[in-house]
Design a protein around this ligand. Structure first.
Ligand code: RBF
Length: 164
C-alpha cells in the first residue's frame, strides 16, 4: 500500500493556507467508531492548528460509511459549509459487503465532487484488518483525519482563487 511509504500526518505546514475564515462540514460514520472517532480527533486538531474556529465546524454522524454520501449531500444542501470531509472505516470481512460499500462510497463522493460546487474530501479508510486501520488513524502511519483536514483547506483555497 502506498501509505507504507507516506505518513498521513506529515506535510509542509507553511504550504497550508490560513483557515480562520473557512467553514467545514464533517460527516463521520459510527461503524468502527474506535477508528472514526480517532480520525475525527486528528481532523479537528489539524483544522484548528491552521486557524479554523469551533463555530465554523459542523459535525454530524451517520450510521455507516455507506451513508456518508447522503450525509455529505445533505450537509452541502442545508448548511453553509465551504467543504465537507467524509470520515469512515471499512474493514474487509467475510462477506462481499466490503467491496460494495467501498465502491458505493467512492462513487457517491466522486459524484458529489463532479456535480456540486463544494469540495468533498475522501476520508474513508479501507483495510484488510483492524491493525491496519489503527496504523492509519493515529498509529505508525499517521492519521488520515490530519490529511483530510489539510486537503479540505487547500481545496477551499483552490475554489476561492478560481473565483477571483
Ligand atoms: N459500515 C462501515 O462503515 N464499515 C464497515 O466495515 C461496515 N461493514 C459492514 C458489513 C456488513 C456485512 C454490513 C451489512 C454492513 C456494514 N457496514 C459497514 C454498514 C454500512 O455502511 C451501512 O451502514 C449499512 O449497510 C446500512 O446501509
Amino acid at each position: 500500500m502506498a501509505t507504507i511509504y507516506h505518513n498521513l500526518s506529515e506535510y509542509d505546514f507553511s504550504s497550508v493556507p490560513d483557515a480562520s475564515g473557512m467553514r467545514f462540514g464533517i460527516v463521520v460514520a459510527e461503524w468502527n467508531s474506535n477508528i472514526t472517532w480517532a480520525l475525527l480527533d486528528g481532523c479537528i486538531n489539524t483544522l484548528k492548528k491552521h486557524g479554523a474556529k469551533d463555530e465554523n465546524l459542523c459535525i454530524q454522524t451517520v450510521p455507516g460509511s455507506f451513508e456518508l454520501t447522503y450525509g455529505a449531500a445533505q450537509m452541502i444542501k442545508n448548511k453553509e459549509v465551504d467543504a465537507v470531509i467524509a470520515l469512515g472505516c471499512v474493514i474487509r470481512g467475510d462477506t462481499p459487503h466490503f467491496d460494495y460499500i467501498c465502491a458505493g462510497v467512492t462513487q457517491g463522493l466522486s459524484l458529489l465532487n463532479a456535480t456540486t460546487d463544494t469540495p468533498v474530501i475522501y476520508g474513508l479508510i479501507t483495510t484488510e484488518n483492524m491493525e491496519q486501520a489503527q496504523d492509519r488513524s493515529g498509529g505508525k502511519l499517521g492519521n488520515k483525519g490530519d490529511e483530510c483536514a489539510v486537503v479540505a483547506i487547500k481545496m477551499i483555497d483552490y475554489t476561492c482563487k478560481l473565483k477571483k
